[in-house]
Design a binder for this molecule. Structure first.
Ligand code: BES
Ligand code: ZN
Ligand code: ZN
Length: 492
């Protein structure tokens, strides 16, 4: 696909070769009709929209010749003034029109927020992962021009570029195979991505992890020759009133450990660091957008391998907050590294903790590949749910049945990490485990810090064809939701 520049212009460029003009196919009563603004569509007057297969449905795109060797792209899914539809249609354009040097949107826009949605969708959608293709197509630079009389401030274009980079960088990290992405290299990539931003990065290596009592990260990482890391990425602007902490599961590869996964379930487990990539890029975007909120990301990085040095089922480890865990299943490793991360995040008493993880296969079974599961206290779940709606992403609040906590009672330790042989409510049990590591609001309080857990095992990966601004493969979903959440906090 293409690199791009984005322009906003009040008049359309001339029809010419290599340019494609985007207009919408809409329903007018029961008939198909075209909708466009700022470009002459008289050459399409006698076009039979039905016969050429134009549809008002999302992701429908038909190309027809226009004047002077140009093309028209007739897209579906456009609903005037509807932010979500504009973001989605923008995505369809970015994802499918990579071969054109000039893409000109003549979709009717009547507000700056609509322009932002269309441009954001286009930029986020214009993506493909070519890093490991020896015959990767030479990239062209594409210009996307939005033709509109609506005033669009330069800050809108800056915002689009910040969000694009955050989502694309997340996808790049998630797509990178685990022979190249492991805890140390992840820490270096984090440092590289943060260049030029105002965040500070602290890396805890295995010695510091041992000194700090991070038994979860060490216990999971010790089967691998590539030791674990905990990376803290902190953005602390002056004048911020609220503090938010993100904790990400960063298992750079999940074989299951000695509780080894079967081959088909192991395939794709390079994605098991999606949470860490998501929170890293969310905080970088928050910093680049200069939001007035103190935001930190804790990346819990380890490789879960079986070996002579690996944690055995039945071993007991002690996590950062002092709680002991009997590891009954080494494949329930995400909760062990997150337990350390959530406990550490709690030590600086944030107003809100959000953990993001490809935690359970049960999440994917329950909610499929488009919805993430949310668990936590009601107001935090509600705040994140609202943020996903602002970003046009999908999540669903799950119950928090405290009575299931008893399933994790251990005979010899404070708790077990999994109830072997009982897969019921697997996503919920994962959430209940994590809650044990959320700290108190203050040294003297009995109340837990506000906390929400986002399980994105399903929506981290799109195993079907691309749609809207989502490509096949790593989706980069929820980066924009986390930014929206921080934004709402910054305004409180
Ligand atoms: N990384 C997996 C969860 C996962 C599964 C993510 C499928 C994406 C797609 C996680 O570490 C895991 O294996 N969880 C176990 C937990 C169980 C042993 C309690 C699971 O879901 O089976
Ligand atoms: Zn696992
Ligand atoms: Zn895992």
């Amino acid at each position: 696909m293409a690199k791009h520049n984005i322009k906003v212009a009040s008049t359309a460029p001339a029809f010419a070769k290599d340019a494609i003009f985007v207009i919408a196919c809409v329903l007018k009563g029961t008939k198909l009709a075209l909708s466009a603004e700022g470009v002459d569509i008289s050459s399409l007057k006698s076009l039979d929209l039905e016969k050429i297969g134009a549809k008002p449905a999302a992701d429908s795109l038909v190309k027809v010749p226009g004047p002077n060797g140009s093309f028209f792209a007739i897209v579906g899914g456009f609903k005037p003034k509807d932010i979500d539809s504009l973001r989605y249609v923008g995505g369809t354009l970015g994802r499918t029109l990579g071969d054109f040097r000039n893409v000109v949107s003549a979709l009717p826009i009547s507000a700056e927020a609509e322009a932002l949605a269309l441009l954001e969708g286009y930029a986020v959608g214009n993506y493909s992962y070519q890093a490991y293709k020896s015959d990767a197509k030479k990239q062209i630079t594409q210009t996307f021009s939005l033709v509109t009389k609506t005033k669009v401030k330069p800050a809108v274009l800056t915002r689009v570029e910040i969000l694009r980079a955050a989502v694309h960088d997340t996808r790049d990290l998630v797509s990178m195979p685990a022979n190249d992405l492991y805890p140390q290299s992840f820490a270096s990539f984090a440092t590289k991505l943060a260049k030029g931003s105002s965040v500070t990065i602290t890396v805890l290596d295995e010695k510091k992890l041992a000194a700090g009592g991070f038994g979860g990260l060490l216990g999971v990482g010790k089967g691998s020759v590539r030791p674990p890391r905990l990376v803290k990425v902190e953005y602390k602007p002056t004048g911020a009133k609220k503090k938010i902490a993100f904790v990400g599961k960063g298992i750079t590869y999940d074989t299951g450990g000695l509780s080894l996964k079967p081959p088909n379930s192991m395939l794709g487990m390079k994605y098991d660091m999606t949470g860490a990539a998501t929170v890293l890029n969310a905080v970088l975007a928050i910093a680049r957008l200069k939001l007035k909120v103190h935001a930190s990301a804790y990346l819990c990085l380890a490789e879960n391998m079986p070996s002579g040095s690996a944690t055995r089922p039945g071993d007991v480890i002690k996590l950062r907050n002092g709680k002991t865990v009997e590891v009954t299943n080494t494949d329930a490793e995400g909760r062990l590294v997150l337990g350390d991360g959530i406990a550490l995040a709690s030590e600086s008493y944030p107003d809100l903790i959000v953990d993001v993880a490809t935690l359970t296969g049960a999440q994917r079974v329950a909610l499929g590949t488009r919805y993430a599961g949310l668990m936590g206290d009601d107001s935090s779940v509600d705040a994140l749910l609202k943020a996903t709606k602002v970003a046009g992403e999908f999540a669903w609040p799950m119950p928090f049945p405290e009575e299931l906590r008893a399933l994790l009672n251990s005979d010899i330790a404070d708790l077990m990490n999994a109830r072997v042989g009982n897969p019921s409510g697997g996503m919920l049990v994962g959430g209940l485990f994590l809650k044990e590591f959320v700290g108190k609001k203050s040294k003297t309080s009995d109340e837990l810090i506000s906390w929400v857990h986002l399980d994105l095992a399903g929506p981290a990966d799109n195993d079907g064809p691309g749609y809207g601004y989502i490509p096949k493969g790593a989706t980069g979903s929820y980066v924009r939701s986390l930014v929206a959440l921080a934004e709402s906090l910054s305004k409180q």
